[in-house]
Design a protein around this ligand. Structure first.
Ligand code: FAD
Length: 348
């Protein structure tokens, strides 16, 4: 986090692959075929280390691999999924543009037919893993609406300038994705989906991992706060002995426990095939918001040490600022829940 990079990201990806964590909840093609609940637990433990590591796994498995697994041709699956499952090939997912974030339907990136080929032009912004990826799943406007493309990143005209100066998710590579007349064969398009339903289905997969992962960051901060409160002595006794500190810890633990129960419940509903998108929104909205609150409260218990990278708390809090925004902002998920409750769309 401090260096703003993941040292040996390829080695890390291969290690995560060897543990079966990449595309963990997908069947076939070298994927582990575990349940959504298993995958959620893995996300929780990964994010207890750092949200950047969980982001690497989420983008690889739930966004890039899931898009190919769900909407790709058999040839696309055979070509990419086994190598992505081992971590030999890293994937990214290009949806957001500089001027079109919460409203991806307005995207400007285009894919135009040129004889049998496709030619892609435009740029995406805030793309996790892009500059280290072998393959990008890119969403673009076509004559038939929004479609997804499987783009090898060594295709001429493709570039990925790294975004610097982030104060959040620093242990995660984030880049622009620029396409200048990127020419692709006819079979580069994901054949099984048209429209925003394609990317939104992928985001829904990844959000389930975030419902769990955010609780991992919260747990790590909570545990750091408990330990610190027992060791830190002020006014002649450990600060854990003050009622105000105990109230903070009790409230943190309450929200942590509620968030964990929500994650388990939603994970089991996903495994049963009954989970609806607005329920995923509810989980993402609640758990990331509460995880951030837990980290901020933990920071107050650590006093000045709370702002130091010697402890995990401010790092988790800063990371969660990104998690609050990506995969649908807290406001967007509020509107999804509002729409489900009232039947009225308040997005526009
Ligand atoms: P905007 O959409 O401009 O929103 C700004 C503010 O306005 C927000 O508070 C928003 O909630 C609010 N707002 C917007 N519309 C409404 C409305 N109708 N009603 C009420 N409030 C509204 N994208 C990818 O495609 N791939 C990635 O791999 C990826 N990785 C990311 C990694 C990081 C570290 C970050 C920070 C972002 C990443 N993103 C990625 C982008 C992310 O998904 C977008 O940032 C997010 O969707 C929000 O878009 P925006 O930043 O353009 O904000």
């Amino acid at each position: 986090f401090e260096a703003g990079e993941i040292p040996d990201i390829r080695g890390l990806a291969r290690e995560l692959g060897s543990l079966g964590l990449l595309g963990m909840h997908l069947e076939g093609y070298g994927c582990a075929g575990m349940s959504a609940t298993d995958y959620g637990l893995a996300c929780l433990e990964l994010e207890a280390s750092d949200s950047g590591v969980r982001s690497l796994v989420s983008v690889q498995g739930s966004l890039a691999m899931f898009a190919i697994w769900r909407w790709g041709s058999e040839e696309q699956k055979q070509e990419w999924l086994p190598r992505m499952a081992t971590g030999e090939a890293i994937g990214c997912f290009g949806l957001t543009e500089a001027d079109h974030g919460s409203d991806p339907g307005s995207m400007r990136t285009t894919a135009k037919r040129d004889g049998g080929d496709w030619v892609l032009n435009g740029s995406k912004m805030w793309i996790t893993n892009c500059s280290v990826a072998e393959v990008a799943v890119v969403w673009a406007q076509t004559d038939e609406g929004i479609r997804g493309f499987v783009v090898p990143t060594n295709t001429p005209g493709f570039s990925a300038p790294v975004i610097k100066h982030k104060l959040s998710l620093r242990a995660s590579v984030t880049s622009e994705l620029v396409m200048d007349n990127v020419s692709l064969p006819a079979d580069a398009v994901l054949p099984e989906v048209r429209g925003l339903k394609g990317p939104l289905a992928c985001l829904n997969e990844a959000r389930v991992g975030i419902v769990w992962g955010s609780m991992g960051a919260a747990r790590a901060s909570f545990e750091a706060a408990v330990r610190y409160s027992q060791e830190r002595v002020q006014f002649g006794k450990p600060i854990a002995g003050f009622q105000l500190t105990q109230k903070k810890l009790a409230d943190m633990y309450l929200e942590l426990s509620k968030g964990m129960l929500l994650a388990i419940h939603l994970g089991r509903m996903k495994d049963a095939g009954t989970l609806r998108p607005e329920q995923v929104s509810l989980g993402k909205l609640n758990n990331v918001r509460e995880a951030l609150e837990i980290c901020r409260t933990a920071r107050t218990i650590l006093g000045a040490n709370g702002i130091s990278l010697e402890y995990p708390v401010i790092r988790h809090a800063n990371n969660l600022e990104s998690v609050l925004t990506y995969e649908g902002t807290v406001e967007m998920h509020t509107l999804v829940v509002g729409q489900a409750l009232t039947g009225v769309d308040a997005f526009r």
